[in-house]
Design a protein around this ligand. Structure first.
Ligand SMILES: Cc1ncc(C[n+]2csc(CCOP(=O)(O)OP(=O)(O)O)c2C)c(N)n1
Ligand SMILES: [Mg+2]
Length: 353
């Protein structure tokens, strides 16, 4: 029998809560809103781009070209595609967490410069000094990547406040994981955002795990929206596998936030296919059954099946699209490899000490 001693069990695991385990709520069933065929095809291309980017990144990580950590966005594509396509990046801003490659691509950043940054090259997004988690592109209104869990939440609150004070009608979108709800900055920021009517949309990507710890084990309430509601702001859960649902929610929420100058909290229910990072094989904290169930509702699969069923595209055409995207990305990888590494004398340039 397992005996609990303090915060850790004898088997070295953190004990489950004494409360009866609640099941994660299913996302509300949303009607599929018709999206025109060009939009859907474009969304599929974007999702394929993100998925294949991560596949190539993982390969280069394993080849030793990328050092440090590699956090893959594979599986979560419909969240980024739905929410980022609904933004107006002439006036809106994005603040991100460290699982950021997909979001950067969807903000229009050049994959070559992202790969170059991952390879530590001078022509990378952060001149080769930021790496995977610390890319920043003001021209794309992408204000980082952050390796500190919850680190972007206060930044996004400040960006929203600045936009409001300058009467710019812009809004700020902030992405973070379920683990970030356990940080103090989340609670301080939501309190202020609510008090001051800050037009920031807080998008919690609930992929069920904070490293190897499941939501049931790290969150006092398994429905994360319930934790945000205490600040008196509007909240909702969104099916993060379904690009129709994320698109519908994004357009409606952004309209409200822009018009009413209020914050909003979204819990996007999704799943990361890889472990926390590529180094983590996720063998001992989740089951094959669970992984299989989420793969059955893969965001690319849902969209592909729809396009085929509705005879908008054939499977051969979709495979040709995938091959074309892979060809483009491989060329970007090769181009990124050609860059040089930063010189030692640049070490202290562009960094805050
Ligand atoms: C303030 C802080 N505490 C702890 C860590 C170590 N850490 C890195 S990632 C992570 C898990 C975060 O999980 P989640 O927010 O759910 O994001 P996901 O990886 O699932 O996208 C932790 C605890 C950190 N980087 N920063
Ligand atoms: Mg998580």
């Amino acid at each position: 029998m397992m005996v609990s001693s303090g915060w850790m069990c004898e088997d070295g695991k953190v004990p489950m809560s004494a409360r009866p385990q609640q099941k994660l709520a299913s996302p509300p069933a949303l009607e599929r809103r018709p999206l025109d065929t060009n939009t859907l095809k474009n969304y599929l291309r974007q999702m394929v781009m993100v998925r294949e980017f991560e596949r190539l990144g993982e390969r280069e990580f394993k080849n030793g070209l990328i050092r440090g950590y590699y956090h893959s966005y594979a599986g979560q594509e419909a969240v980024g595609v739905g929410f980022l396509n609904a933004l107006d990046l002439n006036r809106d801003y994005v603040v991100d967490h460290y699982r950021d490659h997909g979001h950067m691509l969807l903000c229009g950043m050049d994959p070559k410069r992202i790969f170059a940054e991952l390879f530590g090259r001078s022509d990378g997004v952060s001149k080769g000094k930021g790496g995977s988690m610390h890319m920043y592109s003001p021209e794309n209104h992408f204000l980082g990547g952050d390796g500190i869990v919850g680190g972007g939440i206060s930044v996004a609150t400040g960006v929203g406040l600045a936009l409001k004070q300058q009467r710019k009608q812009g809004l700020c979108v902030c992405f973070f994981g379920d683990g970030a709800l356990d940080t103090g900055t989340f609670h301080e920021s939501l309190n202020m955002a609510s008090l001051w009517g800050v037009p920031t949309v807080y998008i919690c990507i609930n992929n069920k795990y904070s490293m190897g710890t499941s939501v049931e084990r790290h969150s006092s309430l398994p429905r994360l929206v319930d934790r945000a509601q205490g600040y008196g702001i509007s909240t909702e859960q969104v099916d993060g596998q379904d690009v129709w649902a994320t698109t519908e929610a994004a357009e409606r929420i952004f309209r409200k936030v822009r018009n009413e100058q209020v914050p909003y909290f979204v819990e996007a229910l999704t799943y990361r296919y890889q472990g926390h990072g590529i180094h983590d094989k996720a063998l001992n904290y989740r089951t094959l059954e669970e992984e299989t169930a989420w793969h059955e509702r893969d965001p690319l699969k849902l969209l592909t099946d729809y396009l085929v069923e509705e005879k908008i595209a054939s499977r051969d055409q979709i495979e040709a699209l995938r091959a074309e995207v892979v060809g483009e990305l491989e060329a970007k990888v090769e181009a990124a490899k050609l860059g040089s590494e930063p010189q030692p004398e640049e070490l202290f340039q562009d960094v805050t000490l």
